[in-house]
Write a protein that binds this ligand. Structure first.
Ligand SMILES: [Zn+2]
Ligand SMILES: [Zn+2]
Length: 853
């Protein structure tokens, strides 16, 4: 079609369904289309969206996440990079078991069906994934490497077994996941309170890397600050001291002293009680022969549980029980009452604290409630103007910039000095020492569930714990398992699974029946993508080194809800396998982006609220391009997006207008190479050229840094408006105003700029231009800064028809801008002082006249 065809109807409609169907078929046939190259000389770029759980259907939040990643991948391809853009399935986990119980479908079948339908959705949406690298974590080809890593960690002392508490429903007679505990009761037995039971469980020693995980947050300067803060708090390093308090009276098997952890040893003379977590081993001794006390402490445990579920133990209403026993403060030998309190956690510090009401908010609240003594041992340092120390600070008085008083030989030291000298004193006298503790706990990976990676361990009566030899991996998850059965791990009910032979002595052994936490699967899957079919190793180190470089994945995109667990575990895993020599990078992800949520009518989409927008519906009604474009246009990607039906309707119209513009004014691509000189263009055509280069600049800059794709799409809309407005001019004077090569450049560039956001339409237009080269390989347009520069003009400003000043504005400036500048002009200001503007008269590019009274 040539530019001479001017007879095409103006409002020719764009048929998104048929155009998208055509390209969908073509893309499906070309499996190498989005394949990353091996042995490429191009620079590499690894862009990754977090892999989804195959729940059955994509939601709009997925579409938004993937539309962002896909736009970036396409942009990088067009910029000449070798792009790795893979996708996979985080496909183990509890929902498959729940669905199995509900619908009587085996978890595997349910999961694979869901994967098939979600993959079809992704392909229909046109996401450019390299499916040859698809990773499905529930396949033995993948989870065997979970087992392999586990064995390596076991060898290195990073995997170990210890007793730990689990949720237990006495009705189900089985272990519950945290998600299955609802308001303290079982999800299936709403009247049955969940109990805590102690089981032997497997842990990964993430705390060994706590310091490095904290320190390396500094390197992650291309992560959102909020994520780094969340991780820092989660790791929760605190510098403090351990101090032993000797127990008075007869003692039980748990020991003769209580070791407290404190970050404020400088206040130890102000301690008026010792407080224990309800789960502290000494408490067990104390309640062994005291049913009254036991009942009270069970109550505290229940309160603590409830508070943990709500998620804020800090807000718990503080309760405690006096045990009737005393422990001696080693500094002043004072016997202090021992209390058990519901706000003391066993997994922080030592599960025991000294309570200093005068200098701690929580201790003060507790002491007031139970009428415990309050003793001041820290006073404010004197002020800068030489004031005497304030003798009566309001309590509690919490500061590390104080002066220690009432503290024996340490009185007169500053708090900072005393923190050091008192810890040294404790160490010298053998009842304490300075220490560092972390809030971060070792990662418990045992799950008493079916649908997960079997932990590759054996138990032999003679040899104890025996790891499964590497050559026997994978330990296959059996298919026929009754997961409705009660009484612990479903795998325990499968004799063919549990009965094994001990590789050490050849005698009978029992297999571990717990499976791994699914966060194990997602901790390293991004390495597998680099070498997804390897059956001799989790991945080839050299290949991973190419894609990860020194700093990790170039761009990772996902929800902020993964700021802690997934992203901490992934960082831990990378450090472990670096120490094993498998990778060189210290961190898995160089740059992280967390997109906002998609909401509707101000609320999170949910079936209960009836405000769910289905991607399938949107694709069927408006096409995939519209759904993608709208999810990028409606809000900056890092903010929440409030879905508006009228908004996507507007996007559909925009797509129709783009199509109509091209249909009316197609110039064959061959003319592009003819070239033209910008100097030969008419002034109006030069304006169009300027707008074009400004748009290239804006979109290119958005890709580089801000990622405000909403403004990128808006820029395309503005450009289209300008082009449409110029069409008459092009036709009227097609030689000087718009040589063919110029018009071909406009069209070619427009298609490029559209391609990352609306690939179906872009490919259709690209082909209609007669382009033969693949759009993904055609180079992204460069802007010319000189051409993008605004021409400035001087606009005369009149007040009541009299010339009062001139303002300098960019050519084509609108009335609002001219008037804003005019009102800032001193002479104009003077002329209208005290008067009211009744009517501004604006002649674009020529004049502004302010009529005042
Ligand atoms: Zn139950
Ligand atoms: Zn043995």
């Amino acid at each position: 079609m040539s530019s001479e065809d001017k007879t095409i109807v103006r409002d020719e409609r764009y048929d998104a369904q048929s155009v998208e169907a055509k390209w969908f078929d073509r893309w499906q046939q070309d499996s190498s289309l989005y394949a990353a190259e091996s042995n490429s000389t191009k620079p590499k770029y690894y862009v990754l969206e977090m892999l989804p759980y195959p729940s059955g259907a994509l939601h709009m939040g997925h579409v938004r996440n993937y539309a962002i990643g896909d736009a970036l991948a396409r942009y990088m391809w067009m910029n000449g990079y070798n792009v790795l853009h893979p996708m996979g399935w985080d496909s183990f986990g509890l929902p498959a078991e729940n669905a199995a119980i509900k619908n009587n479908t085996p978890p595997r079948q349910w999961t694979l069906a869901n994967i098939a339908s979600m993959k079809a959705q992704m392909q229909r949406l046109g996401f450019a994934y390299d499916w040859s690298r698809e990773v499905t974590t529930c396949f033995p080809e993948y989870y065997r490497w979970n087992q392999w890593f586990f064995l390596k960690m076991y060898e290195r002392g990073l995997a170990y077994r210890k007793k730990s508490l689990v949720n237990w429903c006495p009705q189900c007679a089985t272990v519950l996941a945290n998600e299955q505990v609802v308001g303290g009761n079982c999800w299936r037995h709403e009247d049955t309170p969940v109990e805590q039971r102690e089981l032997e469980q497997w842990f990964l020693r993430i705390t060994q890397y706590a310091d490095e995980l904290l320190r390396d947050l500094e390197k992650l300067d291309r992560w959102p600050e909020k994520v780094r803060i969340m991780q820092r708090n989660w790791i929760g390093r605190s510098l403090g001291a351990l101090v032993d308090f000797e127990l008075g009276g007869s003692v039980g098997p748990a020991g003769s002293k209580i070791t407290v952890f404190t970050t404020r040893i400088d206040t130890i003379y102000g301690a008026t009680s010792v407080q224990l977590a309800p789960q502290h081993p000494i408490v067990a001794d104390m309640i062994a022969k005291n049913p009254d006390l036991r009942a009270k402490i069970d109550q505290l445990v229940a309160e603590q549980r409830k508070a943990k579920e709500v998620g804020d133990i800090g807000a718990i209403e503080k309760h405690g029980v006096f045990t009737g026993r005393y422990a001696k403060n080693p500094f002043n030998l004072e016997p202090l009452p021992i209390w058990v309190a519901n706000y003391i956690l066993m997994d922080y510090g030592t599960g025991a604290i000294m309570s200093v009401p005068a200098h701690d908010d929580r201790d003060y609240e507790f002491a007031k409630k139970y009428k415990l003594p309050v003793r001041v041992v820290v006073l404010p340092l004197s002020g800068g103007d030489g004031d005497e120390t304030v003798m009566d600070p309001p309590l509690p008085f919490v500061t590390e910039d104080g002066l220690v008083v009432n503290s024996g030989q340490f009185s007169g030291q500053t708090s900072k000095e005393a923190l050091k000298t008192m810890a040294e004193f404790a160490e010298k006298n053998g009842f304490g020492k300075a220490t560092i503790t972390f809030r971060l706990k070792d990662w418990g990976i045992s799950r008493q569930r079916y649908w997960g990676t079997p932990i590759p361990m054996l138990y032999c009566e003679k040899d104890g714990i025996v790891p499964v030899p590497e050559k026997d991996l994978p330990v296959i998850l059996p298919d026929k398992v009754d997961i409705t059965l009660t009484g612990g791990s479903p795998l325990a009910g499968v004799p063919e699974f549990i009965n094994a032979i001990c590789p050490k002595c050849g005698g009978p052994a029992r297999r571990e029946t717990d499976t791994m936490d699914t966060f194990v699967d997602s901790s390293w899957y991004f390495y597998r993508y680099t070498d997804a079919k390897n059956d001799r190793a989790p991945f080839d180190s050299a290949t991973a080194a190419y894609w990860f470089g020194d700093h990790g994945i170039d761009q990772y995109i996902g929800g902020v809800e993964h700021a802690i667990l997934h992203l901490i575990y992934s960082r831990f895993w990378t450090k472990v396998i670096r120490d094993m020599g498998l990778v060189k990078n210290d961190e898995p992800v160089e740059r992280l982006f967390t997109q906002g949520m998609v909401i509707k009518d101000g609320a999170k989409m949910s079936k209960n609220l009836g405000n769910v927008v289905s991607p399938d519906d949107m694709v069927a009604r408006y096409g995939a391009d519209a759904a993608r474009l709208y999810s990028l246009f409606a809000a900056p990607p890092d903010r929440d997006l409030d879905w508006q039906d009228s908004g996507i309707e507007g996007i559909r119209r925009f797509i129709g207008r783009v199509y109509a513009f091209f249909r009316q004014d197609l110039v064959s691509a061959g003319t592009y190479s003819l070239g033209y000189s910008p100097g030969d263009l008419s002034p109006q055509a030069r304006g169009v050229l300027r707008k074009l280069h400004q748009t290239i600049r804006r979109i290119t800059e958005d890709f580089k840094g801000r990622w405000h794709f909403n403004t990128s799409v808006a820029a395309l809309m503005e450009l289209l408006n300008e082009l449409t407005a110029s069409q008459e001019m092009f036709r009227a004077d097609s030689t000087r105003a718009a040589p063919k090569a110029f018009r071909a450049e406009i069209q070619r560039t427009f298609v490029h700029l559209l391609a990352p956001f609306a690939p179906y339409l872009a490919h259709e237009l690209w082909e209609s231009l007669g382009e033969k080269e693949s759009l993904l390989k055609a180079r992204w347009p460069k802007y010319d800064p000189a051409l993008a520069m605004e021409e400035e003009t001087e606009i005369p400003v009149q007040v009541n028809g009299k010339l009062r000043g001139r303002v300098l504005v960019p050519a084509g400036a609108d009335q609002a801008l001219v008037q804003e500048r005019a009102l800032a002009d001193e002479k104009v200001k003077t002329a209208i002082a005290g008067k009211q503007i009744v009517k501004p008269i604006f002649v674009p590019g020529k004049l502004l006249n302010l009529v005042v009274r």
